[in-house]
Design a binder for this molecule. Structure first.
Ligand SMILES: Cc1cc2nc3c(=O)[nH]c(=O)nc-3n(C[C@H](O)[C@H](O)[C@H](O)COP(=O)(O)OP(=O)(O)OC[C@H]3O[C@@H](n4cnc5c(N)ncnc54)[C@H](O)[C@@H]3O)c2cc1C
Length: 399
């Protein structure tokens, strides 16, 4: 395949690296163009459901990922006004026996490094940082990718893995800017020995404190050495932003009235990074001839289902599986790809919105939420999430 031009990937985040790695495993060359000066990740912890671990197997990075991840025991939802334990979903051995794969949490930077290191070792992958894609021209039998500064790069196809504000998407789908949810996430990471003692009983769990128009999530990271904190609240004050610094005073104001454990944790942090959370309405088409999208560029979602990185990796695996099925026929592969994915990714997009409403419920809705969720004690604790964590038969290569 050496005389075929490489596939160009715009964006070296989790989706872009996964796509390059998967292509290389199947012998295809690619060039990843990343606008940041270095291949690095910002942000804090992310949760990785069992479906994500099947992708690690396919990407052949399971061992490296296991060495740096943390494996919590339960997901616990507490009411942040009363401290009532609303819901417990066991993780650990019980979840692993059920789904055949574990549940982990990992620092985004660690996951990114695992994928980056796996790409670096492969001769099929050309990693270029500090290169911002500004546009492309589809020439019919290839693509010419335009770079800020005037350079162009020729490829056989283009995969837009350039995230929420994708420039590639803008040329394929005319649905304007992402939808600003009005939900703001403040994120921080603490050294584990600085976690206040009020939280001692939940150190091995992923904990979500649900409050009126706000919630707080915390869990251990990096083999248990760090503690990840995400505080989310409703505010119309921000329009867009990524990796900005948050205002602690505003955060405390939104969480006043919550349990002392919540406030003790918030008080520990002086410097918060802030995300304005956005998503889009699902679409069923995101390919145009030799150009397609993966990850947040194709189907950005609110993070309430903790599934965006997993969807980006599934996209990468599905796309390359299809390419193999169609014997390297890029146009046919790209044409069929969104059809294989949009029902699943769209379901995540819409369910994430619904979960956000449940976490942030107030008044009678909050009382009903607590009643309905806490009464679900019998039966399969994973019934509601089976569709996401269970085996995904849509992936042509299986998983
Ligand atoms: C607060 C928060 C919590 C989250 N928690 C979880 C979780 O627990 N579990 C989970 O699975 N997911 C989680 N997610 C979602 C997850 O982070 C994203 O879905 C995932 O990062 C998408 O990967 P991606 O590669 O598609 O996009 P991105 O990670 O956004 O990567 C896009 C890359 O493209 C580059 N780029 C952009 N434009 C250009 C350009 N023009 N030229 C070149 N390069 C470009 C960017 O610099 C970036 O490196 C969370 C998200 C947020 C905001």
């Amino acid at each position: 395949m050496t005389n075929v031009k490489p596939i160009i990937i715009a964006g070296g985040g989790i989706g872009g690296l996964a796509a390059a790695r998967m292509l290389a495993i199947k012998g295809h060359r690619s060039i990843i163009l990343e606008q940041a000066p270095n291949f690095a990740e910002i942000g804090a912890g992310i949760q990785l459901g069992p479906n994500t671990h099947r992708m690690f197997d396919r990407l052949q990075v399971t061992k490296a990922m296991h060495e740096i991840a943390h494996f919590p025991e339960n997901i616990i939802m507490l009411d942040s006004l009363t401290g009532e334990q609303v819901l417990t979903m066991p993780l650990g051995q019980k979840l692993e026996s059920h789904f055949g794969k574990p549940y982990a949490v990992i620092h985004r930077a660690d996951l990114h490094t695992v994928l980056y290191d796996a790409c670096k070792t492969m001769g099929e992958i050309d990693l270029r940082a500090g290169v911002e894609v500004s546009g492309y021209t589809d020439t019919g039998d290839g693509v010419t990718v335009e770079i800020v500064g005037g350079q162009t790069i020729e490829g056989s196809a283009l995969i837009g893995a350039d995230g929420l504000w994708s420039k590639i998407r803008a040329k394929i789908i005319e649905d304007g800017d992402p939808i600003v949810s009005g939900h703001i996430a403040y994120r921080a990471v603490l050294p584990i020995n600085e976690v206040p003692p009020e939280l001692d009983q939940w150190m091995e769990d992923v904990v979500l404190w649900a409050g009126p128009k706000n919630h707080l999530v915390h869990y251990k990271l990096r083999r248990g050495e760090l503690f990840n904190i995400v505080a989310v609240f409703h505010s119309q004050r921000y329009v867009e932003g990524w990796d900005e610094y948050g205002d602690p005073e505003e955060l405390y104001e939104h969480f006043k009235g919550t349990r002392p454990e919540v406030r003790a944790l918030l008080n520990k942090i002086d410097v918060w990074k802030m995300w304005v959370l956005c998503d889009r309405i699902p679409v069923k088409e995101w390919t145009k001839n030799r150009v397609t999208l993966i990850g947040d560029a194709a189907h950005p979602m609110l993070q309430y289902l903790a599934a965006g990185a997993g969807m980006a990796m599934e996209d990468a695996v599905c796309l390359v599986d299809l390419l193999e099925t169609y014997d390297g026929d890029i146009v046919r592969t790209f044409a069929d790809f969104p059809g294989k994915r949009y029902m699943r990714t769209g379901r995540v997009q819409l369910t994430a919105r619904f979960y956000g409403d449940i976490y942030h419920a107030e008044g009678v809705t909050r009382e009903l939420r607590n009643l309905m969720l806490s009464s679900k004690k019998e039966g399969n604790p994973y019934a509601g999430i089976e569709w996401l964590y269970g085996r995904n038969t849509d992936l042509p290569g299986g998983a």
